[in-house]
Design a binder for this molecule. Structure first.
Ligand SMILES: Cc1cc2nc3c(=O)[nH]c(=O)nc-3n(C[C@H](O)[C@H](O)[C@H](O)COP(=O)(O)OP(=O)(O)OC[C@H]3O[C@@H](n4cnc5c(N)ncnc54)[C@H](O)[C@@H]3O)c2cc1C
Length: 388
């Protein structure tokens, strides 16, 4: 067992760190204040080829693995940035890569790799279905050689910044199915054209963090069979295939946040003098930071194993879910340790702790809540009775 990062992974980490150094705390703080999208940062990541990390070389990407993608995202968040726009493109593209037709891949992937197109929006969630994805109602009705889509989506992020949307819609009524995981299909939607045609309306949702999430109103959106990704009716299976990747990438961002919190908290606690000594000399301050560090190290090992299994084509549902669970919890513990160490200053925006604290809280809930992750481990790994 070799726990060392490969020379290539070390080089990626160093290069991403250098890139991120040009986007310091003040950059992210300003975006957060304005609820603005990190356009300049995404452009720099694209130009450096990092957003195309998982796109195979034959389509103009870097052809790297999940382990390297994890290094990229973790480093972005460790630097104090937010990798949401990067992870979205990486895992959304995975469904297209695995299930898209040769024509779709040839048409889209090289343009994604170059940065001419953005595919950063994944439309799954609906208000009435919530975590029960098989209950979604947005319907793509086949009408001759086209589909006509109607429905509503909620919390769909980056639709205003993305050219393309990967959309999950129902193609068979729920009541007509014996296997409820069938009857859903994935489509690639030209968002800009749909918005221009008035068949998709986008309404931003204000959230506690800078996340560009929106509500979609879909009314008579016309799609062609060529827009269908994979097999009609197998869409749920197709998106499940990308869930392990998503969990590993989210674990990586969580680890990055956690490491940022621990580094900031340890530094501040070593420098801040109260009662004539550094506050970090008090075990009440240092233990939560040390505890969070230990949690991060453990979660990092599970994330590394999950990424290794993924890259070797091995089943990794257990490890990917466990990594997401432990890393998001470790980041949250680190966030709380930092909030406590910084005292009142944690609430002052100029220290960035409260911003990161809001950002890292999301990982406990989205893109999948930890309850559902625990249900997966309990029911699919341990064989406990199904709760749903
Ligand atoms: C900022 C943000 C960005 C998002 N971006 C996207 C996006 O780009 N695309 C997209 O499709 N979605 C997106 N989402 C949606 C996100 O994936 C969902 O919010 C999340 O999966 C939880 O679904 P819900 O909010 O409907 O919660 P619900 O399903 O209503 O659940 C509420 C609570 O009940 C718990 N619960 C529900 N059922 C069970 C059960 N059987 N056992 C135990 N506990 C249960 C949940 O764990 C949760 O804690 C985003 C959400 C947010 C907040």
């Amino acid at each position: 067992m070799d726990f060392r990062a490969t020379p290539e992974q070390q080089a990626i980490q160093a290069a991403v760190r250098d890139l991120c150094a040009k986007y310091p705390d003040a950059y992210w703080r300003d975006l957060d204040r304005r609820s603005a999208y990190p356009d300049e940062f995404v452009r720099a990541l694209t130009d450096a080829g990092w957003l195309a990390a998982l796109i195979p070389a034959e389509y103009g990407g870097a052809g790297l693995g999940m382990a390297e993608a994890s290094v990229i995202l973790e480093e972005i968040n460790t630097s104090g940035g937010n990798a949401a726009s990067a992870h979205a493109q990486m895992y959304t593209m995975g469904t297209l890569l695995r299930h898209g037709s040769a024509a779709q891949k040839e048409r889209i992937l090289p343009r994604l790799a170059k940065g001419d197109l953005r595919l950063q929006a994944f439309g799954v969630t609906e208000a009435e279905a919530g975590s029960e994805t098989t209950r979604i109602k947005t319907f793509a009705r086949r009408d001759g050689d086209r589909y006509v889509v109607n429905g509503k989506k909620i919390f769909i992020s980056r639709t205003l910044q993305s050219d393309l949307l990967l959309l999950l819609a129902r193609t068979t009524p729920y009541e007509e199915l014996t296997d409820k995981t069938q009857g859903l299909s994935v489509f690639l939607v030209d968002l800009k054209a749909a918005v221009a045609a008035g068949t998709v309306k986008i309404s931003p949702i204000e959230t506690m963090l800078n996340h560009h999430t929106t509500e979609l109103f879909i009314d008579g959106l016309v799609l062609r069979p060529a827009d269908l990704v994979g097999t009609e009716g197998q869409g749920f299976r197709h998106i499940i295939d990308s869930w392990n990747a998503e969990r590993i990438l989210i674990a990586s961002e969580s680890l990055g946040d956690g490491r940022w919190f621990v580094e900031r908290a340890a530094r501040y606690a070593s420098e801040r003098i109260v009662f004539g000594r550094p506050i970090g000399a008090n075990q009440g301050v240092q233990f939560p930071i040390a505890q969070a560090h230990a949690q991060l190290v453990a979660a990092g090992l599970v994330r590394d194993k999950a990424a290794w299994l993924f890259d070797h084509g091995e089943p990794c549902g257990d490890e990917a879910n466990t990594a997401k669970l432990l890393a998001s919890q470790a980041a949250w513990a680190a966030g709380n340790a930092a909030m406590d160490a910084f005292g009142g200053y944690a609430y002052a925006k100029e220290f960035d702790i409260e911003r990161k604290f809001r950002e890292t809280r999301l990982f406990l809930t989205a893109p999948v809540s930890n309850n559902l992750v625990l249900a997966y481990i309990a029911e699919h790994v341990l064989g406990l009775p199904r709760s749903y």
